[in-house]
Design a protein around this ligand. Structure first.
Ligand code: DQA
Length: 154
């Protein structure tokens, strides 16, 4: 069965392309979505690519992923550094999550160096720009294969 991956994007990522291009690059979210779709096709994954400026949407989508036994690749954006709700949602949904950031959050302001998501993520990718999303999908494809071979969830 084709494994589904929810690719979730947090606040202000809809502005990529024009938002602080020196930090986040010039690729739009639409461009990242297209690249992810192509990569997913090659990897044999089904993806559902979403963005919201609202924390509750992200929480609900993580719950949805859990209910569907899907994987999650998430750029929680600013909620990375503030959201206990996201950490709780990931714990509750028992979902496999990879956290991704375009910028190197550890080379930036001190408040960006703490993530509420990292302790409950399987892995974290940061500083590699849009490429990070594609690397995340590759890792998830490998986990999907492992899961199929082992015949259980994690
Ligand atoms: C970000 C890093 C966050 O600190 C920031 O709030 C973002 C984007 C990144 O992709 O580099 O909105 O998650």
């Amino acid at each position: 069965m084709t494994k589904k991956v929810f690719v979730l994007n947090g606040p202000n990522l809809n502005l990529l392309g024009t938002r602080e291009p020196g930090i986040y690059g010039v690729t739009t979210l639409e461009g990242i979505s297209e690249a992810c779709k192509q990569e997913a096709e090659q990897l044999g994954l089904e993806i559902d690519f979403r963005q919201s400026n609202y924390e509750g949407d992200l929480v609900s989508w993580i719950q949805e992923a859990g209910a569907e036994n899907a994987f999650v690749l998430i750029n929680p954006a600013a909620y990375t550094h503030t959201s206990v709700a996201l950490q709780d949602a990931i714990r509750a949904a028992q979902v496999t999550v990879i956290e991704v950031h375009l910028s190197n959050i550890h080379a930036r302001e001190p408040f960006r160096q703490h993530s509420y998501v990292s302790p409950v993520a399987k892995g974290v990718i940061f500083g590699l720009g849009a490429q990070g999303y594609l690397l995340g999908l590759r890792a998830l494809a490998a986990f999907a294969t492992e899961e199929q071979n082992n015949g259980h969830k994690r």
